[in-house]
Ligand binder design. Sequence first.
Ligand SMILES: [Zn+2]
Ligand SMILES: [Zn+2]
Length: 466
Amino acid sequence: MSKTVIKFPHKVYTALREYLLEDKNEKHAFIFGTCVKTKDGIVVLAQKVVGFRQEDIEVSPTRVKIDRELVTHLFEKFVESGADVLISCHSHPFDYGNVAFSHIDDENDRNLFEYFEKEIKKHKKDALMYTMVFGQKSIAARGFEGGEFFAVEKIVHLTYPIEYIYPTNARRSAKNIRELYHRQVLAFGEEAQEIFSNLKVSLIGAGGTGSILAEALVRLGVRELCIVDHDKVEESNLNRWQGGGYDDIGRYKVEVLQERIKRIRKDLTIMTFTKALFDKEVIDHIKDSDVIIGAVDSDSARFLLNRIALCYLIPYLDCSSGIIVKDGAIQRLASRNVVVIPGFTECFNCNDFFYDRTKINYEFHSYLKKEAKRRKYIQGADVKSPSVYALNMLSVSTLLLEFMNLFTGYKEQLYWNVLVDFMNMTEEIPRAYGYQAPSLRCIDCNDRLARGDEERVWELFAPEVV
Ligand SMILES: [Zn+2]
Ligand SMILES: [Zn+2]
């Protein structure tokens, strides 16, 4: 029995719910999706709703009857499609409590699962099937293995705030909130604390901002972290590298960081990678995260994180700060945070003001990269930019307040892009921009959304890039 999480982009989820709960009659629809297998279990990415035409089904308040031929046709469509997960969904619109599979559902589902195992798997060996029932206020969801049903652990709806739905048939462990978090529970409540302590966070970059973030996340209650950075501690980092000292010089940043945060709490699950981000093994460990935090200093890394986020339906928060010095005078001292909710907000690729695309293209090709360096179009990695602790802390603080908001909705609005320019704290600045829906022209937000492993993100970039 595989631990399963089902993730829905906002559009798919709302279309499905609206259709299923449109009126007082039971309805039936299917979801085509793709499966991401990880070391902990399975993440299902819902891609689209495949419904039936009203006239083809016979509905009454308690039963939905679909012609067997139609179901067979749908299975054929599934076999021909690129999808490898099929979810059979129906509604109990009369149910306002904790919805449950009925005895009739058990019988129907058992037949459906057995047919799927026998017939569909002949054509698609790795295909998986699940069933869901939607009540007005709750959902039940299950799979089938070895002749038995098993509950889906969690359903994620990518919206603001992020919605975690626990199926009524799943068993939830009792809340166990520690004294350690008492003071923040007073502000955000037990429910929020429970969410933070169940998140798997991937932190990309363990430099100036990353070192502060790692500690702050653990103090917030996050227990599972995947930290990626291939750099070692240098003396010139110590002006801002939180917790670092002379004894740490020459050691991998992620190792020092891991030791330090384990002093806060012993029962943490921490994976560290001393590799570049552009690596299949690393991506395999990130792709089942609940959230990605980027504390990176290159746009090519942002470009890749953005794409991973969209393909695997993972919210992505980017944290950065920058100081621009010209002729010995500071021109700009700013921190910027961006929050991308795949399929719900704009992504980095939707909007031109984030990247210089030509520059990113240069960075992705080693031949072009050399050429670009020669023309001084891009700087080499050895060029150090100015950086101070205080500004990094500002950037981390604003990001984490938005992070908490993303999962709890304590504010009325999500700020998807927050820019604080400390040089010009005038009325309009700091600026916080409310989110926009994804651009219809963005390939990442449309064609690549929820594509999972099919997109083969790890193959896109030359390994020498980062
Ligand atoms: Zn039913
Ligand atoms: Zn986009």
